[in-house]
Design a binder for this molecule. Structure first.
Ligand code: HPA
Length: 282
């Protein structure tokens, strides 16, 4: 068994000793967006540190725990805090939590993050639904022996972000009259923010927002057949697009300011998933 597979099995065993919850949907809450958890009817929590072998985040503002609960009637596992590649973990560790949630039973994954806005007209505090991604600036989480139990060696990536889920998010935003950008997310390794020149490059490549997470997780989730959706909170304009220097504190404050509309959108999405689960499981 390859080491990534072994570690996944170990974490799964350790988690199942404590939790018997079966989620339908999985949610990853990005920087500053952890407050959504208050909307969930939480029945159990588990600190990442209690799971043997599980990667634990070192970034301030990132809580490290799983919440198990319900959005309406829909059983949801939620990550409050994630680990990032820039923390020094191998990619297989970075995506281990996603695989674990998939193995617990989650069929649908909603990834969220704070990101720098590139697309013309964006403002800090805006929301963007991710419709496509560029993951080529970070190593693939699928490098190494393929975990055949999860998926195939050369998985197709022509439609990572599920069209039906996109429609649900679009509809939810419309119903609430929330403006919602749609676009391509590009993952950089970080931890430094981009230079204005790198942001120009991202723009030339077709990116609408840039961040340091998500794309690798989406690849791993799509590899194992989960349906994936993503929402970026545009916490700042990417370097050079605004003249202001970037700071982590600013990113978190902007995410906090959009917390309410973000929370409403996520909640509507999860509840709607419950209504459509039969269709989505097909
Ligand atoms: N760049 C990269 N990652 C980010 C940014 C950014 O401007 N804002 C929040 N996360």
């Amino acid at each position: 068994m390859n080491p990534a597979e072994e570690k996944l099995k170990q974490c799964e065993k350790s988690l199942r000793q404590r939790i018997d919850f079966v989620p339908q949907a999985a949610l990853v809450l990005g920087s500053g967006l952890g407050g959504y958890a208050e909307k969930l009817r939480v029945v159990q929590t588990l600190d990442y540190s209690q799971i043997e072998g599980f990667p634990v985040s070192t970034v301030s503002g990132h809580k490290g725990r799983f919440l198990f609960g319900y959005a309406g009637e829909v059983p949801v596992v939620c990550m409050q805090g994630r680990v990032h590649y820039y923390e020094g973990y191998p990619m297989s560790d970075v995506v281990l939590p996603i695989r674990l949630m998939g193995k617990m039973g989650a069929k649908v994954l909603l990834l969220t993050n704070a990101a720098g806005g590139i697309k013309e007209g964006m403002h800090a505090g805006d929301l963007m639904m991710i419709t496509g991604q560029i993951a080529s600036f970070v190593p693939s989480p699928l490098i190494g022996a393929n975990i055949g139990e999860l998926g195939e060696r050369f998985p197709d990536m022509s439609q990572i972000y599920d069209k039906k889920l996109q429609e649900i998010i679009r509809q939810a935003a419309q119903n609430r009259q929330l403006p919602l950008w749609e676009g391509t997310y590009l993952q950089m390794s970080g931890p430094q923010y981009e230079t204005p020149q790198e942001v120009q490059m991202c723009r030339l490549l077709g990116a609408d927002a840039v961040g340091m997470s998500t794309a690798c997780e989406a690849v791993a989730a799509h590899h194992m057949g989960m349906r994936v959706a993503g929402i970026s909170c545009i916490s700042n304009l990417a370097a050079g697009i605004s003249s202001q220097p970037l700071s982590h504190a600013e990113v978190q404050q902007a995410a906090d300011r959009s917390a309410q509309k973000f929370g409403a959108l996520v909640d509507d999405f999860l509840r709607e998933i419950g209504e459509r689960m039969e269709v989505l499981c097909r």
